[in-house]
Design a protein. Structure first.
Length: 150
């Protein structure tokens, strides 16, 4: 079957390109297009992550290596780390409440904006995780509760 390839005034129909060639030659372009779709709200972060995984583009957001952040080797825990341990008894949860871990990771966050004369818009942007605070702990508690219910 194939698709249509347009370059300048020329057009070829029935063109087929292997996914491996697209990724080898244009992986940066494919990745940038994926981020553009997420930023504009045309694609959700979950769908983008699945698409990137299928295309073997690698992770979209930075996430530190858990082996470099072992809470058991940390001599002093913050209040949020201690609360995470009391709430879950899980070292992964303690890691999620650890400020050093959080500041090295990124997440998609939804933003809303309005341009004068246009309807409201929203999209998703990658940003560094803020240090743990009370709001963070509420969000993590809800996430841990959902994981326990599964």
């Amino acid at each position: 079957m194939g698709g249509v390839l347009k370059a300048s005034e020329r057009e070829w129909t029935g063109v087929r390109v292997r996914k491996a060639d697209v990724l080898r030659l244009w992986s940066d372009v494919v990745r940038d297009d994926l981020f553009s779709r997420v930023y504009s709200g045309r694609l959700s972060p979950a769908d983008a992550k699945a698409w990137a995984r299928d295309m073997r583009l690698g992770p979209l957001a930075a996430k530190p290596d858990p082996a470099d952040f072992d809470p058991r080797r940390e001599p002093y825990w913050s209040l949020s780390m201690t609360l995470a341990w009391i709430m879950t008894g899980d070292l992964n949860a303690v890691r999620e409440a650890w400020d050093d871990w959080r500041q090295r990771g990124e997440e998609f966050r939804q933003k809303h904006w309005r341009t004068p004369g246009h309807p409201p818009e929203s999209g998703w942007f990658l940003s560094r995780n803020p240090p743990a605070n009370l709001t963070t702990m509420w969000g993590l508690e809800a996430e841990w509760g959902r994981e326990r219910d599964c």
